[in-house]
Write a protein that binds this ligand. Structure first.
Ligand SMILES: *Cc1c(COP(=O)(O)O)cnc(C)c1O
Length: 430
C-alpha cells in the first residue's frame, strides 16, 4: 500500500479529540493503542456495514462491542425508536415499556424472577455485588483473572478487556480497601476456587463469573466448570453471579445459563437488552431482589434507568430473537470461524479459534486458550498486523487480541462471502 499523502478526516478528528478527550476516545479500546494507527471515526451504519468520516465502508465485526445482535438500523428497532421519540424520551416516572421488558427477560431467563434496569453493565455488576454483600453479610468477592465486569473499583482487579489490552496491571485510584476484598483465581481452574474458600471461610459474599469469558478474548467454560461453581457456592452459602452482559440473549435465547444448564442466584445483563442504547440490568432470586430499595434497604437508583428509548430498542431487539435467529447466528459464527482457521492454516500461521455461537476470537497461538495466561501467550504484534490488513480490506475487527468478534443476523451468507474474500491472503507476510 502506498501511504496516503493527505491527512484523512479521521486523522484530523483524532487530532482535535486528543486535545479534548483523554486518548481521544470515550472508552479506551476504541483508541487503537494495542494495534497502532488511527481509528476510523464512524458516521453511519446499516446492517453489517459501517462508513467512516472519509467515506470508506467496512464490514463491521465489532457490533458496538455486543449490543447490535441485529446489525445496524434494524427496521424493527428503528421503528420502535421513532415511535417512542414522537412520544417523548424520558419521564422520570414508571412506564409500561419497563414492565413489558422485565416480563420478556423473565420469561426467557426464569432465574431472573425480578430485575432492576440500570444504564450500564458497570452499574449492573456494581449493584449486584452490593446486593450480594448485603444479603450475605460478607465482604469478599471472588472473580477470575481476565474476567471483565465493568469498571467499578472492586471488580477492576486483574480485569480483561481494555485493562488486558493496555497491559495495566491494576488501576491507580483504587484504594487497597476496595481491591483487598477481591480474590482473583484462574478461569476454568475449579481447585483454585475451592482453595480460596478454604483460605477465607465464610467470608466470600459472591463469585462473579462470565459464563463464557468474552473479555480475554472468547474462552468457553470447561465442561463442569460452571456446574462446579454452582455446587461450591451453594455449599458455602455464597451467591453465584453470572455476568451475562455479553452472553445474555447472545449465546442462546435464555443466555449462557440456558446454554450450559446452570442457574445462578443473580444475573447481570446489558448490551443486547438495550438494542444499542445505554443499558444494564441485574436480577435474580425474588428474596434477594426484594432487598433492593424501595422494596428493601439496599440503595440503588438512576435518573435515566429504564429510559424509554432504551426500553423501546431493547424490546424491539428481543422481539426479533426467536429460535431461528440463534440457529442462523450459530451457522454464521461457525462459518466465519472456519474461514479464519482455514486461511490461517493455509498460510501456516499457528492459530486457535475459540467460538461460542456468534462470539469468536482468533488467538495467534498454537496452544489451546482456556484462561487468561494462555490467552496472553498470543502473538499480539502479529494480531496487530493482521488487524490492519483486514482494515485495509474493509473489515472492521475489534482492535485487540483480547476481545470478541461479534456476528449479527445482518451477517448473511452473502456478507460472510465478502468476509472470505477479505480474508484471502490476510495471514501471509510477517
Ligand atoms: C461490557 C461488559 C460489562 C460492562 O458494561 P458497560 O455497559 O460497558 O459498563 C460488564 N461485564 C461484561 C462481561 C461486559 O462484557
Amino acid at each position: 500500500m502506498s501511504k496516503r499523502s493527505t491527512t484523512t478526516r479521521s486523522e484530523e478528528l483524532l487530532d482535535q479529540a486528543l486535545a479534548l478527550i483523554p486518548g481521544g476516545v470515550n472508552s479506551p479500546v476504541r483508541a487503537f493503542h494495542a494495534v497502532g494507527g488511527t481509528p476510523p471515526f464512524m458516521v453511519r451504519g446499516d446492517g453489517p456495514w459501517v462508513w467512516d468520516a472519509d467515506g470508506r465502508r467496512y464490514l463491521d465485526l465489532v457490533g458496538s462491542w455486543g449490543p447490535l445482535i441485529l446489525g445496524h438500523r434494524h427496521p424493527a428497532v428503528l421503528a420502535a425508536l421513532r415511535d417512542q421519540l414522537e412520544r417523548g424520551w424520558t419521564f422520570g416516572a414508571p412506564t409500561e415499556g419497563e414492565v413489558r421488558l422485565a416480563a420478556t427477560i423473565r420469561e426467557r431467563m426464569p432465574s431472573v424472577e425480578m430485575l432492576r434496569l440500570v444504564s450500564s453493565g458497570t452499574e449492573a455488576t456494581m449493584s449486584a455485588v452490593r446486593l450480594a454483600r448485603a444479603a450475605t453479610g460478607r465482604s469478599k468477592i471472588l472473580k477470575f483473572a481476565g474476567g471483565y465486569h465493568g469498571h467499578a473499583d472492586p471488580l477492576l482487579v486483574e480485569a480483561g478487556s481494555g485493562v488486558a489490552t493496555l497491559g495495566i496491571p491494576g488501576t491507580p485510584g483504587i484504594t487497597p480497601g476496595a481491591a483487598g476484598d477481591t480474590i482473583v483465581v484462574r478461569y476454568n481452574a475449579p481447585p483454585e476456587a475451592e482453595a480460596a474458600f478454604e483460605r477465607w471461610p465464610e467470608a466470600i459474599a459472591a463469585v462473579i463469573v462470565e459464563p463464557v469469558a468474552g473479555n480475554m478474548g472468547v474462552v468457553p467454560p470447561a465442561p463442569g466448570f460452571l456446574a462446579g461453581l454452582r455446587d461450591l457456592t451453594r455449599r458455602e452459602g455464597t451467591l453465584l453471579i453470572f455476568d451475562e452482559v455479553i452472553t445474555g440473549f447472545r449465546v442462546a435465547r435464555g443466555g449462557a445459563q440456558a446454554r450450559y444448564g446452570v442457574t445462578p442466584d443473580l444475573t447481570c445483563l446489558g448490551k443486547v437488552i438495550g438494542g444499542g442504547l445505554p443499558v444494564g440490568a441485574y436480577g435474580g432470586r425474588r428474596d434477594l431482589m426484594e432487598l433492593v430499595a424501595p422494596a428493601g434497604p439496599v440503595y440503588q437508583a438512576g435518573t435515566l434507568s429504564g429510559n424509554p428509548l432504551t426500553v423501546a430498542a431493547g424490546q424491539a431487539t428481543l422481539d426479533q430473537l426467536d429460535d431461528g435467529v440463534y440457529q442462523r447466528l450459530e451457522t454464521a459464527g461457525q462459518r466465519a470461524a472456519d474461514l479464519i482457521s482455514g486461511a490461517a492454516s493455509e498460510a501456516g500461521v499457528p492459530m486457535i479459534v475459540n467460538r461460542v455461537g456468534s462470539l469468536i476470537t482468533p488467538f495467534f497461538t498454537g496452544s489451546p486458550v482456556t484462561d487468561y495466561d494462555s490467552a496472553k501467550a498470543s502473538d499480539t504484534a502479529r494480531f496487530g498486523r493482521w488487524f490492519h490488513r483486514m482494515l485495509e480490506q474493509g473489515v472492521s475487527l475489534p482492535p485487540s487480541q483480547f476481545e470478541a468478534l461479534f456476528v449479527s443476523t445482518a451477517h448473511t451468507p452473502d456478507v460472510i462471502d465478502e468476509f472470505a474474500v477479505a480474508l484471502a491472503g490476510s495471514f501471509s507476510g510477517p
